[in-house]
Design a protein around this ligand. Structure first.
Ligand code: GLN
Ligand code: ZN
Length: 784
């Protein structure tokens, strides 16, 4: 390019060293599938709605794939992945490849098509979908394979070979990517009816024949490399599980001969034992490591790396949107090159770029300064190649100086630094923050003031968001209606929600959150230190994407965020009106977080901003305040050894928000999951007065904690019905649920509420459901 030409003299000088140590190549672990403007999402949804054909969908998909391959080829990437595209999910693709279709989908053999594939992903009119769960500690969700001793595996989807050939026709010899056989099994679950004790790993010899067939076809098609993603290697694995890797890759060795085999790991460093296992695999030519999150990787490699093998060094962060720090990456890569040889180091991404936004080019509203600090997937591809070239003696000086300048501006920008905030946050460290009085005394004081009946009823916050409501918010944002009109409309909405709740005879009311589009965005938009993108979408599952805010600077709250709406709502009723806030941990976990300070520091800053809001609400006469921590669990680290540290600062952050309120102010929190058994002690340590929690899909699981005798003194509202479904729960069913809870929990601490917010439901569902909920609470009260 022009840039390198104009700096030829300096690159020449640099190349003296590089020639002696030879070139570094470049590689990308995986790439987002949705497209820069969510093209795949719209194509999928249109196909599912019957508005377009399978051909239409396939055309959009093929165009996206070829655009990505070309983009990487143009950037100069040497090892370009294929089969990282998916119509829904890569684990489901593997299930299809292995023909591991659960029998309820009535698959009759043959190549698996859209019908069976999307039925597994989304269910159909007669059968529900397969389960979906979080992909490691990301916000991506995969479809969980359901396996048992009777599954008959067969090679039933040729997608990986088809996509390899498709790229080859375009002149690109790609690295086909497969979910590795051991990770596939470790990520699956025993099918219904299969004993829990069934060893999923015992299926390894049944799936390897399919892998062998795939490998043979890829070889025949001309593949020279293959990538197996084995990210489970970064988790806490036991000897038996590690042994499965040794076994599987030994079994595959002869089939793999003649191919270069890359085993890719990501999201953390590989623990020492696993590292030993991994680096002893004979069939393997190359290892991929996450150098960003895997802070100990460098040490492991120093202690020993098999000679002659390739090291794919993931220095460009796939989990974030920040521009790479070239100077520091060069140092790392040089250090690695010195150990294993420059010609054996391949510059790569820390993980698939699936977990970052797609292309910064489409951000027309972000200002230039912030933009210069960022790199989305498309930019990261260029970064990877620039690093590889620099280490081969072709450093693009202009690009590198621009990178250094952007980093320096980010470091010193007054938009990033707020010294008062930094001081306040620093002062929190090492100290503890708790309310002075213990929870049972507080509950007594609150009850004197609130005078609630036993088994009080409440909801989680949002009420249905009608099309009208969404339109008005949109028009206000686009300056199409005046602030006055907007406020009038929202007030009316609040009035209706308040009156409805009074009619339903609910005890603790909410204002319904009509002014909020999203529980994080609403706060982020009013806090300093946050930026929002126009197209920074990241796939969450299937066609669903989220657009996380970017926390780029010290966080502060210029002015109250919810006080106006909450006090307006309180003025409409004599019943207690819950103030409604999103907690610091949830705001953090659902954002792209700055990487220039520890996460806990950013979390403490958000906690201080929310603390100000809590105290302003209290001053305005709001006596019940709910601080949602829907995503607390999502931040749990992948390894047990790191859990305590995370839970400690996360719970501390929550307590900071409300440690300053009066005993008579009742603090609620809400969580969107029921599997909190393993973190129950941290949840108790949050020291909220009342916790509402999802429960209705798994009564037993939640209640078993209490049955096992965990001491719990605060108020608790395990959801009595599932808001994720349009179904209206009958009164008797809810009463039954309440009775079950009363078998393990004191009536004095039990609350009655739905599982989660009602925002996605219709009023025709919400009214009868809440009517039945209140009726059930009354029924049981009378029996107490
Ligand atoms: N208060 C929020 C609501 O009701 C909570 C949403 C959530 O937990 N995801 O919408
Ligand atoms: Zn929820």
């Amino acid at each position: 390019s022009l840039c390198t030409l104009s700096f030829s003299s300096s690159s020449l000088r640099f190349s003296v060293r590089a020639t002696s140590s030879r070139a570094m190549a470049s590689h990308i672990v995986g790439y987002p599938r949705m497209g820069p403007k969510r093209e795949l999402k719209f194509a999928l949804e249109s196909f599912w709605d019957g508005k377009s054909s399978a051909d239409d969908l396939q055309k959009v998909a093929a165009d996206l794939r070829s655009a990505i391959w070309k983009q990487m080829a143009d950037a100069g990437i040497k090892y370009i992945p294929s089969n990282t595209f998916s119509y829904y999910d890569q684990v489901l693709d593997t299930t299809a490849m292995l023909g591991a279709v659960p029998s309820r989908y009535n698959w009759n053999g043959g190549e698996i098509g859209f019908d069976v594939y999307f039925s597994m992903a989304r269910g159909n009119s007669s059968v529900p979908a397969m389960e979906m769960t979080k992909w490691f500690d990301t916000n991506y969700h995969y479809i969980v394979p359901e396996l048992g001793p009777d599954v008959k595996f067969s090679y039933a989807s040729h997608k990986v070979v088809d996509e390899y050939k498709e790229a080859k026709v375009l002149g690109i010899n790609t690295v086909p990517v497969l979910v590795g056989p051991v990770s596939y099994l470790l990520l699956s679950k025993p099918a219904k009816g299969v004993e829990k004790s069934f060893s999923l790993l015992s299926l390894i010899d049944k799936i390897l024949p399919v892998y062998r067939e795939v490998v043979a076809e890829l070889k025949a098609a001309g593949a020279t490399w293959i990538q197996f993603d084995e990210p489970t290697l970064v988790k806490d694995l036991n000897a038996h599980q590690l042994q499965a890797f040794t076994h599987a890759y030994a079994e595959l060795e002869s089939s793999l001969s003649g191919l270069n085999v890359l085993i890719e790991t990501y999201f953390a460093d590989v623990p020492a034992e696993a590292y030993k296992t991994l680096t002893s695999l004979k069939a393997v030519t190359a290892y991929g490591f996450d150098i960003v999150r895997g802070t100990k990787t460098l040490d492991l490699i120093k202690q020993g790396f098999p000679s002659g093998k390739f090291l794919f060094a993931g220095v460009v962060d796939g989990r974030n949107i920040w521009a790479n720090n070239f100077a520091s990456s060069l140092n790392t890569l040089q250090a690695l090159g010195d150990i294993v040889g420059n010609d054996k180091v391949v510059v790569s991404t820390s993980c698939s770029l699936l977990h970052t936004a797609v292309d910064l080019v489409n951000e027309t509203k972000l200002d230039q300064e912030i933009k210069s600090w960022l790199a989305f997937a498309a930019q990261k591809v260029v970064e990877v190649n620039a690093l590889a070239k620099a280490l081969s003696g072709q450093k693009d000086e202009v690009f590198f100086s621009a990178n250094a300048a952007a980093l320096a501006s980010r470091k010193s920008s007054p938009r990033v630094i707020n010294e008062a905030v930094q001081k306040a946050a620093a002062a929190l460290k090492g100290s503890d923050h708790r309310r002075a009085t213990n929870v049972s005394a507080r509950l007594d004081a609150q009850q004197k003031k609130l005078n609630l009946s036993v088994l009080p009823t409440t909801t989680i916050g949002s009420f249905p968001q009608t099309a009208d409501l969404r339109r008005v918010r949109r028009e206000f944002k686009a300056n199409k209606i005046s602030e006055e009109d907007y406020i009038r409309f929202i007030k009316e909405e609040i009035y209706n929600v308040v009156k409805l709740q009074e009619e339903l005879d609910i005890d603790v009311l909410v204002h319904g959150e009509p002014e909020r589009n999203d529980m994080v965005e609403y706060f982020g938009e009013q806090l300093s230190g946050f930026a929002f993108t126009a197209n920074g979408w990241v796939q969450s599952y299937g066609s669903r994407c989220v657009k996380p805010p970017i926390i780029y600077g010290d966080v502060s709250r210029p002015k109250p965020m919810t006080v106006f709406w909450s006090s307006t709502a309180q003025s409409l009723t004599k019943r207690p009106m819950k103030g409604m806030l999103t907690g610091p941990v949830t705001i953090l976990n659902w954002s792209f977080v700055r990487d220039d300070q520890p996460r806990f520091e950013t979390c403490y800053q958000i906690a201080l901003a929310i603390k100000d809001e809590v105290e302003d609400l209290e001053k305005a006469g709001i006596t019940v305040i709910q601080i949602d921590e829907a995503a607390l669990r999502e931040g749990l680290p992948l390894r047990k050894s790191e859990e305590a540290f995370y839970l400690n600062w996360a719970v501390h952050s929550f307590r900071i928000t409300n440690c300053g309120v009066e005993d008579t102010t009742q603090i609620h929190t809400h969580m969107c999951y029921s599997n909190f058994n393993d973190i129950i002690h941290s949840i108790i340590d949050m020291d909220a007065d009342v916790i509402t929690i999802e429960n209705s899909r798994s009564d037993e699981k939640l209640l078993s904690v209490f049955r096992e005798g965990v001491k719990y003194g605060a108020g608790i509202g395990p959801g009595v019905y599932d808001i994720h479904s349009p179904r209206i729960p009958p009164t008797e069913e809810i009463a039954d649920r309440i009775n079950k809870m009363l078998a393990v929990l004191e009536s004095s601490i039990l609350w009655v509420n739905p599982d989660c917010g009602l925002k996605t439901r219709k009023y025709t569902e919400v009214k009868p459901a809440l009517t039945n909920m209140v009726a059930a609470a009354k029924l049981i009260r009378n029996q107490l």
